[in-house]
Design a protein around this ligand. Sequence first.
Ligand code: TEU
Length: 564
Amino acid sequence: MTDLWWKSAVVYQIYPRSFADADGDGMGDLRGIIDHLDHLAGLGVDVIWLSPIYPSPQDDNGYDISDYQDIEPVFGTLEIFDELLAGVHARGMKLIMDLVVNHSSDEHKWFLESRAGKDSPKRDWYWWQPAREGLEPGTPGAEPTNWGSVFGGSAWELDEKTGEYYLHLFSKKQPDLNWENPEVRSAVYEMMNWWLDRGIDGFRMDVINMISKVVPLPDGRLTAGSLYGDGSAGFINGPRIHEFLQEMHREVFAGRDAMLTVGEMPGVTVDEAKLFTDPARGEVDMVFQFDHVWADRGDDPWLLMPLQLTNLKAIFNRWQAGLAEVGWNSLYWNNHDQPRAVSRYGDDSAAYRVASAKMLGTVLHLHRGTPYIYQGEELGMTNYPFRTIDEFRDIEALGQYAQAVDLEGRSPDEVLTVLRARGRDNARTPMQWNATAHAGFTTGTPWLAANPNYPEINAEAARADPDSVYHYYRKLADLRHTEPAVVDGDFTMLLPNHEQLYAYTRRLDNTELLVIGNFSGDSVRAEVDEAWSGADLLLTNLPEAPEDWTLAPWQAVIYKRSLG
Ligand code: TEU
């Protein structure tokens, strides 16, 4: 039985471009990360996940990789990387890398060779197809399927040289690799082994449930008002996905100790996740599912759905129950693709920002699963006050805006309202280190402006204040390390229909924990079983304990009791 050490681990995600810039060019770098390792060790995290640091044209901020076995010069060198890895290990932490192998950059040598001609030995390493039968390449509707790209526009790009199209589910600078080809798979496994031999501790696998496609690629469903079909049935959890992951496991992970693998899987269902994370099947340790971050999204992407706590709870409950016996959850509010949790699920106004950030941390971290903290979440960083589209840098925001406004005739206001609330750049503004210019992120000009609230919200202030979100997150990490019920306890959702309170218990042997979070600005009384009177209050985010089970606005509590 492999060592399931990651059940009691807390992971911290770094988005290197926005974390810390040591050389003043306005972009974060590896030296900047090395300089701040004590901030992470002080937070009590066990694992660091680095978003991509490989050579890349940066079309999608590094998720377009042109060389899998080197470091982007803007970020550093392999020598500096080794120094970073040693610094992480010296502090008792582990380091996992981002693995982006659904697609490469169009500037990767594999793709350059592939596009060189129809008879290139690497032609079949990517998805090349002729125009739709009977249509001239380049004419409207001639694309091989009607799929839209995630970043707007068609998922197919015509290559004039050969008159064929190549598939790109994301930007046209991110051609999809053809996993049907065994040479592609072995090249990827070889590269993964090279990194693991260098000493890294595992991988976060980008959109890994998209690597197996339905062959031949089928057209997708068209929804009213959209120019492109939804091709997801053709590439989400495709027919060979389990086979590919099991092969990867055999070729790369089997026989290695203390790894962590997490598959990012948009659209994964609970039943699929059970298969992906069942240790007996040898696929991945855990997956990132998307149900809770898509809860404010309806069929129309440009309509904000009000977030309903009952809905959010139903989603988490389904996942907790589904993976109770077999498999494992990962837990997150934030990452580099999501808006800031305190602005989305909490209240980022001066009165409640700190309390609601701590409440969200409490509710998330006490679930069963491995919690992930995204840089700045431990400070309660907030969404950026974007005014116009010119302030966005993200290829997704710009591409979707162009499609919606220029091609589909949506109003700029309608689209901007959604981008402000959900746009990925909210997460990508510079990490706020101190109250000096640009939040202490850079001495130069940052590639994306710092949030103007940095004089108040920054790491230096947080570390100096024992009541900060930072020190509270440390307590949550400590609790996972010291209280076995947090790791292995059964999960039971309470008050599923309550619109303001999120409440559940965790039980392991004779220990039971009760967690309640108030997702509102009102004082709310929780109807709690009498058996809980007299239980110990382990943690709360406010100076006063609740009286008569009445939680103050945005209050969170954790109680513990022993059963006879
Ligand atoms: O994201 C996968 C993904 O599904 C995203 O499209 C996400 O749902 C969306 O952007 C939310 O707005 C991964 C990476 O995390 C992301 O940064 C990359 O852009 C993408 O894959 C392509 O590599």
